[in-house]
Write a protein that binds this ligand. Structure first.
Ligand code: HEC
Ligand code: HEC
Length: 394
């Protein structure tokens, strides 16, 4: 079995013909898993019986548990920064006409997505890619479907200035707008104490939003199961995990996020049905990057449809079948697919109380940057544990 790894733009990419069997790049981890369980090292691709202890050991080696917060030394977490980031995330005033917030497309009350194939921005325009979830996105090795931003700090600057998203003209205009809101000046100073009177910057806006995003990692039943709680996953889900490993999904979807560690070609074995979006080639200009996308995380996948970069696949079972066929050259029957879907359901986070609450937003200043009749006080934030409030950004 020939597994070749190549460096591509600083990221490991599986090259050419990969081993399309159970394990793949997880081969080494699998062996470790076997040892840890004190089991025999090699197992048939499709074991007749399911050994939960061996499966758990293997899963620990292949996946693991994500941290509660993805720290970034260059942007250290603080309570004040996260609070500012949360407030900005929900504030439609980061958009040109005060209608669109980050939460409009990445609704925290809906697992960080809007559930649409593509999303409406300022003026009703739509981009050509599906909005991925912001949950766990801070843990991705790169941001966006094509990985064009390095981290959530860099990513957060994109949508604010993107003409079909929030459509602010430039960084200076964002800074002027925030500077005119006295409550934000206070919050920025608290979040960036070293900056003194220069705390309100476009960079610091992005850092605060990113700090907030770095906390959006609520664990799922799978994590409890991995930690030893046998009944955290149902029988079907456990069988589905075995199928996920045996089918070879782990070749690409591995690590604590079940992906988000490498780029891979969409349509690796059989050409993908739609070829409009050339993926990373658009970014790098290299033909060898054609149809390469970031292998996405599968956390919360049962809640974040419609699927794929174009949002054209509504149903998770259909998405799973497409993956098996085009990435692995395998036809799955409904029974196998059902198990895989049951397992993917165990990756749905248990959302803590208050997770999606929109904070009170600072009132407009005496000289609003936008002369809209927005002087009325903002509605109070919902009490802890209350039903999620609708986003302020629509
Ligand atoms: C109009 C809808 C819209 C708005 C508003 C919006 N986004 Fe997004 N977001 C998207 C889309 C679409 C993508 C994927 C684009 C791509 O990959 O080319 C994306 C990607 C992301 C990603 C990368 C996730 C991943 O899996 O790679 C993050 C993080 C993110 N957005 C955060 C934000 C933040 C923070 C804001 C507010 C400053 C915001 N978004 C505003 C639509 C939106
Ligand atoms: C060779 C690598 C590879 C293998 C093997 C693979 N995938 Fe994927 N998977 C990807 C890539 C790349 C994407 C992103 C596709 C895109 O850009 O639309 C993806 C996307 C997905 C999505 C949609 C994610 C979203 O947010 O819309 C699901 C669901 C999925 N894979 C499940 C699976 C399952 C289940 C298996 C095993 C049957 C599997 N994948 C095998 C590379 C792979």
């Amino acid at each position: 079995m020939k597994t070749m790894w190549k460096r591509r733009s600083g990221a490991l990419v599986l090259a050419g013909s990969i081993a399309l069997v159970a394990g793949g790049c997880g081969k080494k981890a699998e062996e470790k898993g076997g040892e840890a369980a004190g089991e025999k090292a090699a197992e048939p691709a499709t074991p007749a019986t399911l050994d939960p202890a061996a499966l758990r050991a293997k899963a620990k080696a292949l996946f693991g548990t994500p941290p509660a917060v993805y720290e970034n030394k260059e942007n250290p977490q603080s309570e004040a920064k996260v609070a500012l980031g949360r407030t900005l995330f929900f504030d439609p005033r980061l958009s040109k006409d005060d209608t669109i917030s980050c939460n409009s497309c990445h609704k925290l009350e809906n697992f960080g997505v809007d559930g649409e194939p593509t999303s409406k921005g300022v003026g009703g325009g739509r981009g050509d890619r599906n909005s991925p979830t912001v949950l766990f996105s801070a843990g991705h090795f790169r941001q966006f479907w094509d990985g064009r931003a390095v981290d959530v700090e860099e990513q957060a600057k994109g949508p604010v200035l993107n003409p079909v998203e929030m459509a602010m003209p430039d960084a200076g205009a964002v800074e002027a707008k925030l500077q005119a809101i006295p409550g934000y000046v206070t919050m920025f100073k608290a979040a960036f104490p070293q900056a003194g009177d220069n705390a309100v910057t476009f960079d610091n806006m992005a850092k605060a939003i990113a700090s907030f995003e770095r906390t959006l990692n609520p664990p799922a039943p799978f994590d409890a199961w991995l930690g030893g709680k046998d009944d955290a996953m149902g029988e079907d889900a456990v069988a589905g995990l075995q199928a996920f490993v045996d089918t070879g999904c782990t070749t690409c979807h591995n690590g604590p996020l079940f992906g988000a560690r490498i780029y891979q070609k969409l349509g690796l074995v059989e050409p993908w049905p739609s070829t409009e979006d050339i993926g990373r080639e658009k970014e790098t200009g290299k033909a060898e990057d054609k149809f390469f996308f970031k292998v996405p995380s599968l956390r919360n996948i049962a809640k974040t449809g419609p699927y794929f970069h174009d949002g054209k696949t509504a149903d998770l079972a259909a998405a799973v079948k497409l993956m098996a066929k085009h990435q692995l050259g395998k036809e799955l029957d409904d029974g196998q697919t059902g198990k895989l879907v049951a397992f993917l359901g165990a990756l749905t986070s248990e959302i803590p109380a208050g997770f999606a609450d929109a904070p009170e937003r600072p009132a407009d200043g005496p000289v609003p940057a936008n002369p809209a009749p927005e002087a009325a006080p903002a509605p109070a934030a919902a009490p802890e544990g209350a039903a999620p409030t609708p986003p302020t950004g629509g």
